[in-house]
Design a protein around this ligand. Structure first.
Ligand code: HEC
Ligand code: HEC
Ligand code: HEC
Ligand code: HEC
Ligand code: HEC
Length: 219
């Protein structure tokens, strides 16, 4: 019925077919997601909102806008109303504010593009970090200097674990978590190691075994 070479060709077609079907989605999910292209990812936003202006020059606290960051897993992106507290009168006729006004009038939220995005199979919680004394700057870098937000850290599993093994290298007093320039030596007169170890006890930080157990981040 078939020539001899078909014995080889059919399995080959079968193999390439199945392989191709899983290979392409795999490449897309590994290659195109912000986690693996990651560091430096800075999507263009629908409004030219500048953290350098608002959090830097104007000195606004992160929690004025990201109101849930110390209460919930997710750090809320502010609704247009928050912007309107000021822009109903500040620069209200600027073309750069037009899309903000339009969002306010229509009730349609500004379609901000997500910058940081862990895969769904991993679990992250802002409040757990912020309330235990990990500062925004440790994971997000100098947001107060960014015209456009970019991802500063890899957010990979090994990056998470590096801190979960030795959180004392990063702990700071709770009231300094949104301070972008806090420095242990200058502001507390101690080395990071000294203050980190003190805070680890004071804050009753979980031990490394608990913090590195798979179910902490995969649940
Ligand atoms: C005036 C309001 C406002 C203030 C104050 C503010 N932010 Fe934001 N933030 C925003 C808005 C709006 C976005 C979404 C647009 C963008 O990414 O620039 C955002 C986005 C972000 C993102 C990226 C979110 C994502 O999509 O992954 C991070 C991280 C962030 N802010 C951290 C901070 C930190 C840290 C501070 C304090 C130093 C701060 N923000 C202060 C309004 C604010
Ligand atoms: C506490 C007051 C305040 C809040 C809240 C605030 N802004 Fe601003 N914003 C300002 C000030 C002040 C300036 C600088 C105006 C200037 O250059 O004279 C500014 C500048 C801007 C500009 C540049 C305007 C231009 O023409 O140069 C944009 C865009 C902007 N803000 C967007 C936003 C968005 C979006 C939000 C909400 C996420 C927001 N702002 C929240 C006070 C605020
Ligand atoms: C321990 C590291 C860490 C700290 C500390 C941290 N973040 Fe994040 N942040 C992340 C990660 C990881 C994501 C992505 C979360 C996801 O995709 O589920 C993120 C995402 C965000 C987002 C986007 C919305 C969301 O929750 O996904 C905003 C806004 C944000 N962070 C603001 C802040 C602010 C403001 C602070 C300080 C008060 C802060 N972050 C402290 C790691 C951190
Ligand atoms: C710079 C240090 C640091 C980094 C980076 C970090 N964490 Fe944490 N994480 C902590 C500390 C400190 C705690 C608080 C432990 C406690 O409550 O005793 C914590 C707690 C947690 C908790 C809650 C544990 C519980 O059961 O209460 C989760 C979940 C978590 N981290 C996930 C992550 C993930 C996922 C990443 C990476 C995307 C990450 N963390 C990166 C320091 C860090
Ligand atoms: C501190 C948080 C944390 C802990 C603890 C943790 N993981 Fe992860 N893991 C992550 C994050 C975040 C990612 C996603 C990384 C990315 O997007 O590159 C991940 C990804 C993975 C992946 C996907 C493949 C990869 O490497 O990207 C596997 C498999 C995995 N973890 C298994 C485990 C196992 C098994 C354990 C326990 C020995 C564990 N994880 C403990 C945070 C954690």
């Amino acid at each position: 019925m078939f020539p001899a070479w078909a014995n080889y060709l059919l399995p080959l077609i079968f193999f390439l077919g199945i392989g191709g079907m899983t290979y392409v989605p795999m490449l897309v999910s590994l290659g195109a997601s912000p986690q693996t292209t990651a560091v430096g990812y800075a999507p263009v936003q629908p409004v030219a909102f500048s953290h350098a202006m608002h959090a830097g020059q104007l000195g606004m606290d992160c929690r004025y806008c990201h109101t849930t960051v110390d209460k919930a897993a997710f750090a809320a992106i502010p609704p247009t109303q928050t912007c309107m507290n000021c822009h109903s009168h500040i620069k209200a006729d600027s073309p750069k504010i037009a899309a903000v006004l339009e969002s306010y009038q229509t009730g349609r939220p500004i379609p901000w593009v997500k910058v940081h995005d862990l895969p769904d199979y991993s679990y992250f919680n802002h409040a757990a970090h912020v309330n235990q004394g990990i500062g925004c700057v440790t994971c997000h870098g100098r947001i107060d200097k960014m015209e456009v937000v970019h991802q500063q850290q890899p957010l990979s599993m090994s990056w998470c674990l590096e801190c979960h093994r030795n959180p004392e290298k990063f702990l700071r007093p709770r009231d300094q978590v949104t301070n972008m320039t806090w420095n242990p030596q200058v502001d507390a007169g101690q080395s990071q190691e000294q203050i980190g170890n003190q805070l680890k006890q004071q804050h009753n930080i979980l031990d490394a075994a608990a913090l590195t157990s798979c179910s902490t981040c995969h649940r």
